[in-house]
Design a protein. Structure first.
Length: 297
């Protein structure tokens, strides 16, 4: 039986993680044609296509996902062997985390806390839209994705969504807007509000609350970025409807005040992974403490 060519496997693994033949060829200082030939030879040896092209992007086939799982295990074991024999300790392991661009940075730090500062871990963070991140996760270019709502369940897409956090949503603004504990309907009737966009589950909850209270708040701004909502609240543009963790620092210094927790309103966070034969072992340390606690309640 012919032996497996590990050079071919290494090139395949590089393209699979980059998701882009051109970028990988440049990084490895190879021509695209030479890299394509290496992958083609591996496919012929394995008897399966490893990639399928959709437009300008490459996506792993089912055989490609299996091959990448084995390749990751093979090369990680090789790296650990080298480090062990060099007596430099266990090799560093990378974890690639994607986060919805609008998610609170404070929430992300809380999620990462179990592995922050570890000398054996490389944390690679990416942000983008839900579609971009889930595409990268499905292509095994990410290990885990953080979203504020679970992806649609489809038999063809093996996503696993775990509800890891939920936090209350409050009305936050400058101290000049009044005293904490003021009647909620009065605050909403007399001050403009800064709201997340219509795509947000928080926005839907807020509109239902306003209807129950019989008020029609003046909307100062609709924002799809928590960092911008925080800045607008600091500038006094209005009362922001957001989780207090987003403005944790400002609440501690007194620059902003939490006037009221909005009844029945929460923001949920989900950690999404994809079914893999060899999942990244760092996922466990992230999910275990997250599943045991709730932020901001």
């Amino acid at each position: 039986m012919l032996e497996l060519n590990y050079h071919h496997l290494r090139y395949f693994r590089a393209v699979a993680h980059d998701g882009n033949l051109t970028r990988t060829a440049e990084r490895l200082n190879l021509s695209q044609s030479a890299l394509s030939i290496q992958i083609k030879q591996l496919e012929e040896r394995l008897g399966h296509a490893l990639f399928e092209r959709r437009g300008r992007q490459l996506f792993l086939t089912e055989a490609g996902r299996i091959a990448l799982d084995h390749a990751d295990t093979i090369f990680s074991a090789g790296e650990e062997l080298v480090e062990t024999l060099k007596e430099t300790g266990r090799s560093r392991r990378a974890i690639r985390i994607g986060s919805l661009a609008t998610l609170s940075r404070n929430f992300q730090i809380e999620f990462l806390r179990p592995i922050l500062g570890r000398s054996d871990v490389d944390i690679i963070l990416r942000s983008g839209s839900a579609g971009e991140l889930l595409g990268a996760l499905e292509g095994l270019n990410l290990d885990i994705v953080l979203l504020n709502q679970p992806p649609m369940a489809e038999a063809a897409t093996p996503f696993i969504a775990q509800h890891v956090y939920q936090q209350r949503v409050s009305l936050v603004g400058r101290p000049s807007y009044g005293e904490p504990g003021a009647k909620l309907s009065d605050l909403l009737a007399t001050h403009p509000v800064i709201l997340p966009t219509l795509e947000s589950g928080v926005r839907t909850q807020f509109e239902a609350l306003a209807t129950r209270l019989g008020v029609s708040p003046q909307v100062a701004a609709e924002v799809d970025d928590m960092a911008m909502m925080r800045l607008l609240a600091r500038e006094g543009a209005g009362l922001a409807v957001l989780p207090p963790i987003v403005v944790k620092g400002e609440l501690e210094t007194g620059a902003l005040v939490e006037f009221d927790a909005l009844p029945g309103m929460i923001e949920s966070f989900y950690a999404v992974t994809v079914k893999r034969r060899f999942p990244n072992p760092l996922i466990g340390p992230l999910l275990e403490p997250a599943l045991e606690r709730t932020i901001g309640t």
